[in-house]
Design a protein around this ligand. Structure first.
Ligand SMILES: NC(=O)c1ccc[n+]([C@@H]2O[C@H](COP(=O)([O-])OP(=O)(O)OC[C@H]3O[C@@H](n4cnc5c(N)ncnc54)[C@H](O)[C@@H]3O)[C@@H](O)[C@H]2O)c1
Ligand SMILES: O=C(O)C(=O)C[C@@H](O)[C@H](O)[C@H](O)COP(=O)(O)O
Ligand SMILES: [Zn+2]
Length: 359
C-alpha cells in the first residue's frame, strides 16, 4: 500500500498507509523520532472503539500516554475545548518535550493539531485519522484550528504533523452517514486534479462500504503535491482544495455546528460551484452532471433545506478566508481535473448559486 511522503523541507513527514498500522503505532512513532511523553486526544466515540488498541501499542514501545477525551462532533471544535485540553495536558504533567496524538476524525485532528500548535508555544503532533474525511484530507497539510460562531475555521495555525498513521481498518467502525460524507472530499479531489479518478469512484458500490487503500493513497498524494507547492496558501494553488467550500462553509456555519456533517455541506457547496463553473468557466453540463451523479451515488445532499435561509448562508460565507480586500476569490472548474481561482464571481452570483440549491 503506497505511503506518501510530504516534502516540506525541515517540516517533511511521511503519511503511512497500512492495514493494521494502529496496532504498530508505537513502533511507527518511535521510528519517526518522537520520544517524549505522549498525550492522546480523541473523542468519546472514537475513544470507545480505538483508544485501548493505541494505548497498548504505545505502552508496548515504552511510552506512558495520557488520554484526553472530548465530546464527539463539530461543536467541540471550539476555543473553549482548546483551553480545556491545554489545562488537561498541563495538569497531566506535559511539557515542551511532550507530543500530541490526534486519534479521530477531522474535528479531533484540527482541534488537537491546534492544541499542539499553541501548547507551550508549540509541540510536535501525530495524526491518526479515523474517518474518510480525515484519512484522505484533513490529516495532511497542517491546517489546524477551530470554529467561531461567526464562521468555520476562523482561528487556527499552520502546524504540520510529524507523522500521519493511516490504518484503513479503523474505518470498519464508521457509521454509514460518516462513510458517505467522506466521498465529498474524494470527489472534490478528483474534480480539482484527477478527472480519471471520477470513473474509479463511479465503480465503487457504496453498499459494500469499500474504501480501497489505493484510493486513499491517491487522494493523499493529490493533496500532498498541492500542499508542497503552496504550504501556506499564499500562491493561489492551495486555495484549489477549497473547491465547494465557500458556499459549503457558509451552509455548515448557518446551522448549529454538528447538525450538518462537513462532507454534507461540501456536497451542496460543490453543486453550487458547478453551477457557477457552467456560468463562468465553460464547464459542460455533461461534466457537471457526471460529478453530481457521484454525489447522488453516495446519497449526499444536493438541495438546501428550506429551514436555512439564503441570507444566513450569505452572511456566514462573507467571512470566507479566500476573500481579500472585498475581492471575491472563488474556485471554479473548466473541466474535471482542471480547477482555478477566479475573481469573476460577483456577490449576485453567490446569491444566485445559493438560490439554485433550492431546486
Ligand atoms: N484541516 C483540514 O485540512 C481539513 C480538511 C477537511 C475537513 N476538515 C475538518 O474536519 C472536520 C470534519 O471531519 P469529520 O467529517 O471526520 O468529522 P468528525 O471528526 O466529527 O467525525 C465524524 C463522526 O464520526 C465519528 N467517528 C470518527 N471516526 C470513527 C470511527 N472510526 N468509528 C466510529 N465513529 C467514528 C466521530 O466520533 C464523529 O461523531 C470539519 O471540522 C472540517 O472543517 C479539515
Ligand atoms: O487543506 C486545505 O487547504 C483545504 O482547503 C482542505 C479542506 O477540505 C478543508 O475543509 C479545510 O479545513 C478548509 O480550509 P479553510 O482554510 O477554508 O478553513
Ligand atoms: Zn473540507
Amino acid at each position: 500500500m503506497p505511503s506518501v511522503y510530504v516534502d516540506l523541507g525541515e517540516r517533511s513527514y511521511e503519511v503511512r498507509v497500512e492495514n493494521g498500522l494502529l496496532a504498530r503505532a508505537g513502533d511507527a512513532i518511535r521510528s519517526a523520532g518522537l520520544a517524549g511523553k505522549a498525550a492522546i486526544i480523541t473523542d468519546e466515540t472514537v475513544g470507545s472503539f480505538h483508544a485501548a488498541a493505541l494505548t497498548e501499542a504505545l505502552t508496548a514501545e515504552g511510552f506512558t500516554p495520557t488520554l484526553h477525551t472530548i465530546p464527539a462532533g463539530e461543536a467541540s471544535k471550539s476555543m473553549s475545548q482548546v483551553e480545556a485540553l491545554c489545562s488537561s495536558l498541563a495538569a497531566a504533567g506535559h511539557d515542551r518535550r511532550s507530543f500530541v496524538i490526534a486519534l479521530g476524525g477531522g474535528v479531533v485532528g484540527d482541534l488537537a493539531g491546534f492544541v499542539a500548535a499553541v501548547f507551550y508555544r508549540g509541540i510536535p503532533f501525530v495524526q491518526i485519522p479515523t474517518t474518510i474525511v480525515a484519512q484522505v484530507d484533513s490529516s495532511v497539510g497542517g491546517k489546524t484550528g477551530v470554529n467561531l460562531p461567526e464562521g468555520k475555521n476562523l482561528l487556527g495555525a499552520f502546524h504540520q504533523p510529524r507523522l500521519v498513521i493511516v490504518d484503513p481498518e479503523v474505518l470498519s467502525t464508521l457509521p454509514g452517514r460518516e462513510y458517505r460524507e467522506g466521498f465529498a472530499e474524494v470527489i472534490k479531489h478528483a474534480a480539482i486534479r484527477d478527472g480519471a479518478m471520477l470513473a474509479e469512484i463511479a465503480a465503487l458500490d457504496p453498499a459494500t462500504r469499500d474504501v480501497p487503500a489505493a484510493l486513499i493513497s491517491r487522494n493523499i498524494a493529490i493533496k500532498a503535491r498541492i500542499v508542497e507547492a503552496d504550504e501556506h496558501e499564499t500562491k493561489g494553488l492551495r486555495a484549489l482544495l477549497n473547491l465547494g467550500h465557500t458556499i459549503g462553509h457558509g451552509i455548515e456555519a448557518a446551522v448549529p455546528y454538528g447538525e450538518m456533517l462537513h462532507g454534507e455541506a461540501i456536497s451542496l457547496g460543490l453543486r453550487a460551484a458547478l453551477y457557477l463553473s457552467e456560468k463562468h468557466a465553460g464547464l459542460s453540463p455533461e461534466a457537471s452532471q457526471e460529478i453530481i451523479a457521484l454525489l447522488e451515488k453516495f446519497q449526499l445532499p444536493l438541495v438546501l433545506d428550506p429551514a436555512i435561509s439564503d441570507a444566513r448562508v450569505l452572511e456566514k460565507l462573507s467571512r470566507d478566508k479566500k476573500f481579500e480586500a472585498g475581492q471575491i476569490r472563488f474556485v471554479l472548474l473548466r473541466s474535471p481535473g482542471d480547477a482555478y481561482v477566479s475573481d469573476q464571481v460577483t456577490p449576485e452570483d453567490l446569491a444566485e448559486a445559493v438560490a439554485y440549491l433550492r431546486r
